[in-house]
Design a protein around this ligand. Structure first.
Ligand SMILES: [Ca+2]
Ligand SMILES: [Ca+2]
Length: 275
């Protein structure tokens, strides 16, 4: 069918084609035009036209390839530019990272230094607190010793206390009040040392009121400083007065022995104050 179209339109029917030209060698198989049959020598003119068409096609393809190449070059350049930009940003970020790492290390060092200083201050504080407490104790001790060194006129200093021995005689209650008026209280005997001391203050064959009573609760003996009775030096048989005898006097038998009696509180004896 196509063969007839070529023959009628171009009038080359019967001519022998130039067998030396073979452009097919330069055209890809799939790009080759459909050639007429050469058995009658009528394909030569068609072949020239086809060669021209193929050349145009190749030119167009070359242009297209050129354009594609240009596009690829442009894309490559853009990619290169993008790559350069990213590389630059990466370097900047790296610089920032390095700076931050350096600052972090400096802060860590500063933190360590401050921690060390804090610990030193804490240690110093503890030491000062300890020294302050020791100084306070020492101050209290010195104050106490200063007070201890001074007793009012007419009082005797024995141990850490001052003692007053009355010259006149009063009832137990009046004696107790006299001591209160002197900023003291009737003497309390809570140790062998105090017992010996009061015996000496009392004087041999003498009597003195001491600060022991069961007037609040019969049979329950209490010292005037509200301490309970523990160490006892009762005379044999005492206490024996019941509700009639609620106060205690001290009697000195000898220079190294004294004893206690419960007795009528209204009776008048000398007394000993302590402070
Ligand atoms: Ca009694
Ligand atoms: Ca008695």
């Amino acid at each position: 069918m196509s063969e007839e179209i070529y023959e009628n339109r171009d009038g080359f029917k019967g001519k022998k084609p130039d067998e030396t030209m073979n452009i097919d060698d330069h055209i890809p198989i799939n790009k080759r035009p459909i050639m007429p049959c050469k058995k009658d020598g009528v394909g030569d003119q068609h072949s020239e036209r086809n060669q021209l068409t193929s050349s145009n096609t190749m030119t167009k393809e070359r242009y297209q390839l050129q354009i594609n190449g240009n596009n690829l070059t442009e894309e490559r350049d853009q990619l290169q530019t993008s790559n350069n930009t990213l590389t630059k940003e990466r370097d900047q970020q790296q610089t920032i990272d390095n700076t931050l790492i350096k600052e972090r290390d400096q802060l860590q060092t500063r933190y360590n230094t401050l921690t060390k200083e804090r610990d030193q201050i804490q240690t110093r504080y503890n030491t000062l607190t300890e020294e302050r407490d020791q100084l306070q104790k020492e101050t209290e001790r010195l104050k106490q010793s200063l007070v201890e060194k001074v007793c009012p006129q007419g009082w005797k200093k024995l141990g850490s206390s001052c003692y007053y021995v009355s010259t006149d005689s009063k009832s137990w209650e009046e004696s107790r009040q006299d001591c209160r008026n002197r900023g003291a209280h009737l003497v309390v005997i809570n140790s062998q040392e105090k017992q010996t001391l009061v015996n000496w203050l009392c004087g041999r064959k003498n009597y003195v009121w001491i600060g022991l009573t069961d007037s609040v609760s019969e049979g329950t003996w209490k010292w005037v400083d509200d301490t309970p009775l523990t160490t006892k030096y009762w005379n044999s048989g005492d206490p024996n007065g019941g509700r009639a005898e609620n106060c205690v006097y001290f009697y000195s038998w000898t220079s190294d022995k004294g004893e206690w009696w419960d007795y009528d509180c209204s009776y008048k004896y000398r007394w000993i104050c302590e402070k």
